[in-house]
Design a protein around this ligand. Structure first.
Ligand SMILES: *Cc1c(COP(=O)(O)O)cnc(C)c1O
Length: 390
């Protein structure tokens, strides 16, 4: 046993942080796993200060404590989904504010800005944050908020988060990073200078494709107050049961992610060596345009691999359908591997020409690599590629 004095020399590692939460709200029973506090309301004047679940619940607090310790930050606020977390942030802006967004944001984020918040006169400007002129763009536009995502979906563009945050800081502009694709285990946006780190906990954090959730992490008291206000005032709170599931799911995040990243890195090379593949995109591969930045700011290359096949939309679609262990489905980050075909799925409503300008052509596939055995996934990809031109 370590003595208590030697304990203080070490910060707990990510496995320990993900497994242990400080408070169970069940000290009188000794329950190792927290119960689900399936209660909408609480007796007035209780010791822990709970009143009504829309403005707080023990299961929210437990999950918030785990997520803030993984992110190594002061505050975390949980929401009913990633989109609710985005809504919480944007709804705290005011009429006329400008948000400078990375041009490749997650589709539902774009839809929220353009089809909902635009009506309330929150303005957006879209730009490529890897462009060398970015510091001029930021200084000229002086936005109220900068909205980044790195790596982006589905093309895995990597943005130099620290560089952008440094520029933003000199202009006193807060930066939000949507960290869903990496989680705090791979990159910590707040340490790189961001004000807000937002994650859809539906994906890697929960990891079992059975609950939706979102979180906003920050060290800034004012932004934290805005988030707790949005949680209750806009009704963006999660359910106690979903928080309980996510608290259970996150316990194995470091284990799962390690396996997924190993699989993804090996499969990216495996795919690149197949004659039916035109190109592969993976942040840590030598041929990724921002590999250097990725190596610098990420602890691993992540578990999403994007590839272009040699063929048309029909061929690519049939490749997806032929896979056995990769289910063709939206979402990502679960223990099970998934494949998506943006041209016929997430981006089907975008006209072909605009899609191809975005780099999302008909032969593009996005693979979310799961925890299955590597050889089985390799074999599966190979059999589907070998039938590709039939
Ligand atoms: C899925 C996702 C979201 C939205 O999260 P939901 O939990 O589905 O609402 C936001 N950003 C990114 C990058 C995502 O992948």
């Amino acid at each position: 046993m370590a003595s208590s004095s030697s304990k203080r020399h070490f910060l707990p590692g990510p496995n320990t942080l993900a497994i242990h939460h400080g408070e169970n709200f069940a000290s009188e029973t000794g329950a190792v796993m927290p119960p689900i506090f399936q209660s909408s309301t609480f007796a007035h004047g209780n010791e822990k200060g709970f009143d009504y679940t829309r403005s707080g619940n023990p299961n929210f607090k437990i999950l918030e404590s785990v997520l803030s310790s993984l992110e190594d930050c002061k505050h975390a606020t949980v929401f009913g989904s990633g989109v609710s977390a985005i809504t919480a942030v944007v709804s705290s802006l005011k009429k006329g504010d400008l948000v400078l967004c990375e041009a490749n944001l997650y589709g539902c984020t774009v839809r929220l800005f353009e089809e909902v918040f635009r009506k309330f006169e929150i303005k957006t400007s879209w730009t490529d944050f890897t462009d060398p002129s970015i510091s001029k763009v930021i200084a000229n536009l002086k936005p109220s908020l900068i909205w980044l995502e790195s790596p982006t979906n589905p093309l895995l563009k990597v943005i130099d988060i620290k560089k952008i945050c440094d520029i933003a800081k000199t202009n006193e502009i807060p930066v939000l990073v949507d960290n869903t694709f990496s989680t705090a285990l791979i990159q910590k946006p707040l340490d790189l200078g961001a004000t807000l780190s937002l994650t859809s906990t539906t994906k890697y954090i929960n990891g079992h494709s059975d609950a939706l959730g979102g979180v906003v992490c920050t060290n800034d008291q004012n932004w934290f107050d805005r988030m707790t206000f949005a949680q209750k005032a806009l009704g963006l709170q999660p359910s106690p049961f979903d928080c309980w599931l996510i608290t259970r799911g996150v316990k194995t995040l470091p284990l799962r992610l390690e396996r997924q990243v190993q699989n993804a890195s090996a499969l990216a090379d495996h795919l690149a060596n197949h004659s039916s593949i035109k190109s592969v995109r993976y942040p840590f591969r030598f041929d990724h345009p921002q590999q250097k930045i990725a190596l610098n700011q990420m602890k691993g290359g992540g578990a999403i691999v994007t590839a272009r096949l040699k063929g048309d939309q029909k061929h690519t679609y049939s490749f997806c359908k032929r896979l056995r262990y990769f289910t063709m489905a939206e979402s990502l980050g679960g223990v099970e591997s998934l494949v998506s075909h943006p041209a016929t799925m997430t981006h089907a409503s975008v006209p072909a020409e605009i899609r191809s300008n975005l780099g999302i052509d008909d032969s593009l596939v996005r693979l979310s690599i799961g925890c299955e055995d590597l050889d089985d996934l390799k074999e599966d990809l190979t059999q589907a590629l070998n039938h590709y031109h039939e």
